[in-house]
Design a protein. Structure first.
Length: 200
């Protein structure tokens, strides 16, 4: 029993991370310019693999890998493998520059998604922008849009929705109550679903 506990505690600290969001791209020249993200399964961490192709170009594969398979190492043949245990941390793997400190949030950016939380594309927002998600009812389906937005637009749209709540659905004009969700937030990847808190 003590031997089992000793092995358990000897594992790297990132083996206990659940549901990391990691960049996922293949054959990209700079990890931080990858614009796709995936949620890792339980027990997996973010991973970067550096390689050199037949033309001599240094390229990177980004994604998730099992924590138990991680061994951060660089090789003399210009290859490298690194793992990390924070959201989007593989943007800076294998000695590459990560995201700048002065930047806006990194947000999900998809339109016409009929499944909430199913967006895998991201965008890099400006310093004065926030992440936004809203939905609309089209043909009886709930359609989600996520993107970067200026904070003033978010506040204005929130006020418009609040002003029209309670309008009769028999009204001849098209009712804005067809939008059931409109949220803005200012943290990385905070606009995956409509359940996140508003900015401010």
């Amino acid at each position: 029993m003590l031997l089992i506990l000793g092995i358990f505690f000897a594992l790297p600290s990132f083996s206990f991370v659940n549901c990391l969001s990691c960049l996922r791209c293949t054959d990209i020249q700079s990890p931080r310019h990858c614009k796709y993200v995936t949620n890792c399964p339980f027990g997996e961490v973010c991973h970067v693999h550096q390689k050199t192709n037949d033309f001599g170009d240094v390229l990177f594969d980004l994604g998730c890998t099992r924590a138990s398979a991680c061994s951060n190492r660089s090789h003399s043949d210009h290859t490298c493998d690194e793992c990390c245990n924070k959201d989007l941390c593989n943007s800076a793997g294998c000695g590459q520059p990560g995201y700048p400190q002065s930047r806006g949030p990194i947000c999900y950016s998809c339109s016409a998604q009929t499944t909430e939380g199913n967006c895998h594309k991201i965008d890099f927002c400006g310093i004065h922008e926030v992440c936004m998600i809203h939905d609309e009812i089209e043909f009886g389906d709930t359609v989600y849009t996520s993107q970067c937005a200026v904070l003033a637009y978010c506040e204005e749209h929130k006020a418009e929705i609040a002003a029209i709540i309670g309008r009769s659905v028999i009204d001849d004009t098209r009712s804005i109550t067809e939008t059931t969700c409109h949220h803005c937030c200012d943290k990385d990847l905070c606009n995956s679903e409509c359940t996140f808190a508003l900015v401010g």
